[in-house]
Design a protein around this ligand. Structure first.
Ligand code: GLP
Length: 238
């Protein structure tokens, strides 16, 4: 497990993009695991600028709101279209996403796991982290053995999205997400975090005991995980 502390957000993003481009240039048909959230906006912006060929890349996003249509402006798919997919040359058929409007959650989640396997697994997964230590939509308490599934989203996290959904009550109570085990199967993981509000979660994930109350703490066990942090996010590390 590696931790890279950069002087600011800009440097952290540059470092993450550099690592990503190295991996993609070494393997043109790499399978990418992608994330959403504010942290990812500058990352995608910089990744687009890196002028990488994405024509053979496949992507799997971590999660989607349940039950939100992919075309809804608040869907995580719309976020990805806006900030990344519409700006790079990834063939649409290579973009894999959980369908937040699925009629059969079990089939949808099992299919996602199968699709990842069929392509020999995720080669490189980018992750953000929630203020409560969640990764994907895997909230504290999620089993480390979980695969892609439907989960409850905590009030704490729903609160953060109140503005987007124009009121707390409109924020979905559920999400579909890769499980912790799905994420851990990725060959390489890069977790990106900036700002003081992430410092507690980062300290718990890196210095705390590995336990299900802090989903990101499982990354201590991953063979090739790198945390790229700005000074503020790293400020509570021992
Ligand atoms: C969301 C996403 C996560 C993301 C996290 C942090 O709930 N499902 O994938 O890492 O929150 O988001 P942000 O980067 O906006 O702080």
């Amino acid at each position: 497990m590696r931790v890279i502390i950069c002087k600011n957000k800009k440097e952290a993003v540059k470092k993450a993009v550099w690592l990503f481009s190295q991996e993609i240039n070494n393997k043109k048909d790499l399978i990418l695991g992608l994330a959403t959230g504010k942290t990812m906006i500058p990352f995608y912006k910089e990744l687009i600028k890196a002028n990488i060929k994405f024509s053979k890349i496949h992507t799997f996003n971590l999660d989607e709101w349940y039950c939100v249509d992919s075309k809804d402006k608040n869907s995580l798919r719309s976020f990805m279209d806006k900030h990344f997919f519409n700006k790079v040359n990834i063939p649409k058929g290579n973009i894999h996403f959980l369908d937040g409007k699925t009629r059969n959650i079990k089939i949808e989640c099992e299919k996602y796991e199968r699709d990842i396997k069929k392509l020999n697994g995720i080669g490189l997964q980018i992750l953000g982290i929630g203020i409560n230590g969640h990764i994907g939509f895997d909230e504290p308490g999620t089993s480390f053995n979980s695969l892609t599934n439907k989960i409850n989203i905590s009030g704490e996290i729903r609160n953060l999205y109140s503005k987007n959904f124009k009121g707390f009550d409109n924020v979905p109570k559920y999400g579909l997400t890769m499980g912790i085990k799905t994420i851990m199967r990725s060959k390489k993981i890069i977790l990106l975090a900036f700002g003081e509000n992430k410092a507690d979660a980062i300290a718990k994930a890196l210095n705390g005991k590995i336990n299900e109350k802090v989903p990101a703490s499982i990354l201590q066990k991953h063979k090739d995980a790198t945390f790229i942090l700005d000074k503020k996010a790293a400020s509570k590390l021992e």
